[in-house]
Ligand binder design. Sequence first.
Ligand code: DC
Length: 231
Amino acid sequence: MIAVQKSLIIAIDGPASSGKSTTARLVAQKLGLMYLDTGAMYRAVALKIYRTGIELTEKSALMELLNNTEVEQVGRDDGVHILLDGEDVSEEIRTPDISLWVGPVSEHGLVRERLVAWQREIGKHGSIVADGRDIGTVVFPDAQVKIYLSADPHTRALRRQKELAARGIAQSVEEVESALVTRDQRDSSRAHSPLRKAEDAVEIDTTHLTVGDQVEKVLAIVKKQAAATAK
Ligand code: DC
């Protein structure tokens, strides 16, 4: 049993399909904490911009859209659902179209500013496990536990292909891998909050790990940190 501190933030960053969401969700479940999927927030905002058709260069229209957008995460029996202005968009935000479109949207300074503010606000209200690209570097630089998950691109592409197939979307591994590598490059080279490992993050390469192993490793790190804080 790990005694969770009053306000514990566990930040899990890493590239697409490195195992972040599954690990973060299960770690949150084991510790009885809230799980915050920040990628889903970017995807939901990207979906809204896609639907409304506004240009990312239209600054005032974008501000107006962000001011009038509500993204919520709700836990249901079958998992975490994402609501965009009250509509359940959990499936729609995971389509290959939105995976492509979210790249330019998440690079936008205004979008990042707003989403980081929402995420910090959520972090003020209790202990969370948050996963994303900039959680340990920008959103919660003081997080007590920082993990950086990595895995080789081919393994990540196989995982993503399986996830897509389960949702009825057929794509070849080559297609999936090429999209992943493009997204990695975009995420790592953008001007605002690029994907990188925080200096004080512990890296876990999940290429040869099972989900159970990943979760155990993160829990061991949390336990070690809790013991160090208690000293
Ligand atoms: O983790 P994901 O694939 O659902 O993330 C979707 C996109 O959002 C991804 O291209 C990177 C971006 N993202 C980000 O820029 N910062 C975060 N904290 C989370 C996701």
